[in-house]
Write a protein that binds this ligand. Sequence first.
Ligand code: ADP
Ligand code: MG
Length: 314
Amino acid sequence: MDKKKRIVIALGGNALGNTLPEQMAAVKITAKAIVDLIEEGCEVVVAHGNGPQVGMINNAMAALSREDANQPNTPLSVCVAMSQAYIGYDLQNALREELINRGITNIPVATMITQIRVDQDDPAFQNPSKPIGHFMTQEQARIAEEKYSYIMKEDSGRGWRRVVASPKPAEIIEIGAIRSLVDSGQLVIACGGGGIPVMRQGNHLKGASAVIDKDFASCLLAEELDADFLIILTAVEKVAIHFGKPDEAWLDDLSVEEAEKYIGEGHFAPGSMLPKVQAAVKFAGSGEGRTALITLLEKAKDGILGKTGTRIHQ
Ligand code: ADP
Ligand code: MG
């Protein structure tokens, strides 16, 4: 019998929703898409983003410290840890239920709280670029800067948002534990929200004020687990060149070289499609037989069967 294909899935914002009730509903659909792949005979590992959730937690913790002088503001690394547990809780339950509904009772589901080491010299710390949380007025933004030393930026005419550093992931601290669980046939949720960013200080790991991009964290996870596929599930079925323009063209199949050429020509928006294509290129280029796929959450199964999505390979 063929060895099972190992797939790392990166779930985007549309797989989780923006509020507690939205997430509860979204994970049911997400679980169906994931269990479809397990029924196809794949071994699946799940990673996910946390943009809205980490913003929400951060705001709630800031409100707590406003109300209670004994509560200092919560570090961003702790907010990421909270988001991993909260999202893992909903996803884990939805996956467990969907597996049981389909008569699959031999695959335990577990969420691994995951720390990822970042480099303290990463240039991203000098140039915070990742917006998190809700939009604010200029006056609210000024107060946030003054009270919490947040860095606020105007976001394309829509209002002000907090921006944080988004350094590259260098090392998954819990990779040994994740590998043991995956190798023993468990369905593992790991590297949630891009992982909790930490910096090494001797034997101590210190939380960093940052949010790692989940597309890059998922790429590192897929490399470390020697996966066959990295599937980035998002809000579009395929990647386009000339996106949103009259000569827009949807891409089915790309070599690493072609993808790099399109990156150079600026076809992919920074902060949304660019990190996905960069992560896909990095994974596909990291070893023979490694393929990356970018598609819509609901099309994951069709994508793995080669019917849709954008594939990037060597
Ligand atoms: P996620 O939450 O899954 O990370 P993002 O919103 O960050 O999703 O990124 C996906 C979005 O990228 C798509 O919904 C689309 O609007 C946008 N996008 C930007 N450039 C492109 C492109 N060249 N091809 C396809 N989608 C693009
Ligand atoms: Mg994104």
